[in-house]
Design a protein around this ligand. Structure first.
Ligand code: AHG
Ligand code: MN
Ligand code: MN
Length: 281
C-alpha cells in the first residue's frame, strides 16, 4: 500500500538525515520559496527525501517547502501527492536542539484541502529518533534506529492539558490573542523550543496546546498549511485532539497556493475551544 511504503521510506531515511546533520550546520546561500534562508541541511534532506519518495509506486507528485513548485514524479492518473518539510526547526541544528521532518500524503494534486490528507506523520530528532504516523484513524509512535523500526505505542492525547507554547514575539501578538495567553499561562507550563515538531510532540505526550498565531505584522502567521499546519492537525485530531486557524479546523482549509501560510493551533479540544471563543471572527 502506497501510504505504508511512504513511511517505510521516511523511516529508512530518517537515521541518514540525523547522521548527516553534524557536518551540515552551516547556512546555504539560498532562500526557499517562502523567503527563509536555507540551511545546507534543509537542501540536503530535501534532495534525499525527494529521491527516495519519487521512487515509490503510486506517489505522483512531490512538493516541499524547499522547492518552488510541485514536481511530477509518477505517471499514475490517480496517484498521491506527498508534501514534505524536510527539516522542521532547522535553525535548531546550530544550537543542538531538537528538529524534525514532516510528511503529508494527499490523495489529490496540490494545492489541496486538509480534508484530502489520507495520512500524515513526522520524525523527531531528539534524544532518540521517533516517527509518529497517523493513518486509518489511529496514531502510532515508532522508535527508529539504524537497525529498523520498533513500535512504541498508540498515541492518544492526554485528557488534561499540561503544557503550552506559542510562537512570534509578544508585542506582535494581537491584543485578543495576548489576553487568551494570559489566561492559559495561569494554568499551563511553558514549553516552547522553536521547532514545531518538538513542541507538538510535547503536547501529544503531556496534553496542552501549541500554536503560531497570526501576528499584527503578518496576519497569516509563519507556518505553512500544506507542509506543517495541516499535517500536524491531521495527527493531533487523529490522536483525539483539535486544531484551528482561529475559527475552524485546519483540515477545513483549502489553500489556494502551495506555500500559503496560516495561523496554526493544535491541542486539547477544550483549550482550542477557548481560543476560538477568544479570537474575533
Ligand atoms: P522550518 O525550520 O521548517 O522553517 O520551521 C520553523 C518553524 C517551526 O518549526 C517553528 O514552530 C517556528 O518556525 C519557530 O518560529 P520562531 O523562530 O519565529 O519562533
Ligand atoms: Mn517547518
Ligand atoms: Mn523546514
Amino acid at each position: 500500500m502506497v501510504v505504508e511504503r511512504v513511511f517505510d521510506v521516511v523511516a529508512d531515511v530518517a537515521p541518514v538525515i540525523r547522521s548527516g546533520l553534524p557536518e551540515r550546520r552551516a547556512k546555504a546561500a539560498s532562500e526557499n520559496a517562502t523567503g527563509d534562508t536555507q540551511l545546507e541541511a534543509d537542501v540536503w534532506a530535501d534532495d534525499l527525501l525527494r529521491e527516495r519518495l519519487a521512487a515509490v509506486d503510486g506517489v505522483n507528485w512531490y512538493a516541499s517547502e524547499e522547492r518552488d513548485a510541485v514536481e511530477t514524479v509518477g505517471d499514475a492518473a490517480d496517484g498521491y501527492a506527498v508534501a514534505v518539510d524536510p527539516l522542521d526547526g532547522s535553525s535548531n541544528v546550530q544550537s543542538n536542539n531538537p528538529c524534525g521532518t514532516v510528511v503529508g500524503v494527499y490523495d489529490e494534486p496540490l494545492p489541496a484541502s486538509g480534508r484530502e490528507l489520507v495520512a500524515a506523520g513526522f520524525v523527531l530528532y531528539g534524544p532518540t529518533t521517533t516517527m509518529t504516523v497517523a493513518r486509518d484513524g489511529g496514531v502510532t509512535e515508532y522508535l527508529l534506529t539504524e537497525e529498523g523500526r520498533t513500535d512504541l505505542r498508540d498515541v492518544v492525547l492526554p485528557e488534561d492539558p499540561l503544557v503550552y507554547g506559542f510562537g512570534g514575539r509578544v508585542p506582535d501578538w494581537t491584543p485578543a490573542f495576548e489576553s487568551f495567553v494570559r489566561d492559559v499561562e495561569d494554568d499551563l507550563k511553558l514549553r516552547y523550543g522553536g521547532a514545531m515538531i518538538a513542541d507538538v510532540n510535547q503536547v501529544l505526550t503531556y496534553g496542552g496546546v501549541f500554536g503560531y498565531p497570526g501576528l499584527q505584522s503578518r496576519p497569516a502567521g509563519k507556518l505553512r498549511a500544506h507542509f506543517e499546519s495541516m499535517p500536524i492537525a491531521y495527527v493531533v485530531e487523529a490522536a483525539g485532539g483539535a486544531s484551528s486557524d482561529g475559527t475552524q479546523s485546519l483540515l477545513d482549509l483549502s489553500p489556494s497556493s502551495l506555500h500559503e501560510r496560516t495561523p496554526t493551533f493544535v491541542g486539547n479540544d477544550a483549550v482550542i475551544g477557548d481560543l476560538e471563543a477568544a479570537l474575533p471572527d
